[in-house]
Design a protein around this ligand. Structure first.
Ligand SMILES: N[C@@H](CCC(=O)N[C@@H](CS)C(=O)NCC(=O)O)C(=O)O
Length: 117
């Protein structure tokens, strides 16, 4: 079972690599403006999780710079479970202007949120 999952993960990563979307060409000013909107975001994820791959592709296609936090690192996993409430990935951590934090689960909801930035 582990071998099959590992193999599927590698296939997903290979297909992702071969069909990776292009980053948009942005001016320095455009990138700075975009970075100002994403500085409060971080994505809890796993490298070979297909739902995480889908979100990372949307991040790349949008030219977004978002910190990735791999939950294979125990500290990241602890944060996700203790503060987000579930260990499911992907999960977007949004630090709001009033310092409160929103934990957005579900890849489609995350992509919708990012596309509206
Ligand atoms: N419907 C969710 C599915 C997410 C999902 O199933 N993620 C898996 C990894 S691929 C997961 O976190 N499973 C729980 C676990 O590993 O403990 C989405 O679209 O984001």
């Amino acid at each position: 079972m582990f071998v099959i999952r590992w193999l599927l993960g590698r296939i997903i990563l290979l297909v992702d690599f071969l069909t990776s979307p292009k980053k948009p060409k942005l001016t320095a000013d455009q990138q700075t403006a975009l970075d100002a909107k994403t500085g409060n975001l971080s994505l809890y994820q796993l490298t070979a999780c297909p739902f995480c791959v889908k979100v990372r592709r949307a991040i790349k296609a949008g030219g977004l710079n978002i910190e990735l936090r791999n939950i294979k690192e125990q500290a990241n996993l602890n944060e996700l479970v203790e503060q987000g409430g579930k260990r499911t990935v992907p999960c977007l951590r949004i630090e709001n202007q009033d310092q409160s934090v929103t934990w957005l689960y579900e890849s489609n909801d995350i992509i919708n949120y990012l596309q509206k930035l």
